[in-house]
Design a protein around this ligand. Structure first.
Ligand code: G
Ligand code: G
Ligand code: MN
Ligand code: NA
Length: 256
């Protein structure tokens, strides 16, 4: 109850901050995108991870406001960092499994996002397997719905490999990329079945023109295996933790 009340204030007082974690192109070593990760810069409790407060937002109906906030921040950064990378910088955001892009949410977004330049930016929304399953079962196609509203957003699947996921959904939605969960990546490069499974996922994705991001890459051995296996992108503490936007911008400037 306490945190809930504080969260209302946090939104109003701009205590919610979006951090950015680099995603590296494995072939070139260049930072080619980033994942936007929400942080609550709490006046007494310090920097809080979404795990500490997203549950509350889901109960209190704040989820849509928070998603809209992160999306607006990401669009703004994507356009701002065009100066450092020549093109709109690709940024991934996480959609809450509790509230997928419904028709009414899209309507709510349309004018504001058109105004701040969503279509000139390069934003990918990461959906959980459960969320994609639900959407698929409901027959509602978010990409079409967004397109009809004149909004361009790419889709990725997050946490891939550790939750049930319908391959029919993979067939139906035009996904930009698959993000392999870090629990699967933690066993990479040891020559075991984990490696064969990862190779299979990468082959499947590439066969349908979907790119693969390995999440939670922490060691050079993991990276070396992923590189040999033809994985496209890597994200993890081996490269960087999620960074304050100023620190991310400085890193991007040095890395180009
Ligand atoms: O960054 P960290 O590992 O603390 O994130 C914890 C969890 O919170 C992850 O599952 C991540 O996907 C999720 N998360 C981070 N930022 C956001 C956000 O902006 N919206 C939603 N819905 N989830 C987020
Ligand atoms: O659920 P999702 O994949 O969105 O969660 C991403 C989260 O994983 C990020 O919030 C980030 O803090 C965390 N993360 C990213 N790289 C690493 C890593 O190398 N090790 C660990 N333990 N966590 C990571
Ligand atoms: Mn994610
Ligand atoms: Na997630």
């Amino acid at each position: 109850v306490q945190l809930r009340r504080e969260l209302d204030d946090a939104l109003r007082e701009h205590q919610l901050e979006v951090y950015y974690q680099p995603i590296i192109d494995i072939r070139t070593g260049v930072i080619s995108r980033a994942e936007a990760l929400l942080r609550w810069n709490h006046p007494h409790r310090g920097l809080l991870s979404p795990n500490a407060f997203l549950g509350i937002t889901e109960q209190s109906g704040l989820t849509d406001s928070i998603t809209a906030y992160v999306l607006e921040q990401a669009v703004t950064r994507s356009l701002r960092w065009r100066d450092l990378t020549d093109e709109a910088f690709p940024i991934n955001i996480n959609e809450s499994p509790a509230s997928f892009v419904t028709r009414s949410l899209v309507d709510q977004w349309r004018d504001r996002l058109t105004e701040i330049g969503l279509n000139e930016s390069r934003i990918t929304m990461e959906l959980t397997p459960a969320s994609l399953n639900n959407i698929h079962a409901s027959g509602f196609n978010p990409v079409r719905s967004l397109g009809l509203a004149g909004l361009r957003l790419h889709l990725a699947i997050d946490d891939f490999g550790i939750e049930p996921f319908s391959l029919l959904a993979l067939q139906e939605f035009k996904l930009d990329s698959i993000k392999i969960d870090r629990e699967l990546i933690s066993n990479a490069g040891q020559g075991g079945d984990a490696d064969r499974i990862l190779e299979g996922i990468i082959a499947m994705a590439h066969a349908i023109d979907v790119q693969v991001v390995a999440v939670g890459v922490e060691s050079a051995g993991q990276l070396q295996f992923l590189s040999q296996a033809g994985c496209d992108f890597a994200q993890g503490f081996l490269f960087s933790r999620p960074l304050h936007p100023d620190a991310f911008e400085a890193l991007l400037d040095r890395n180009r």
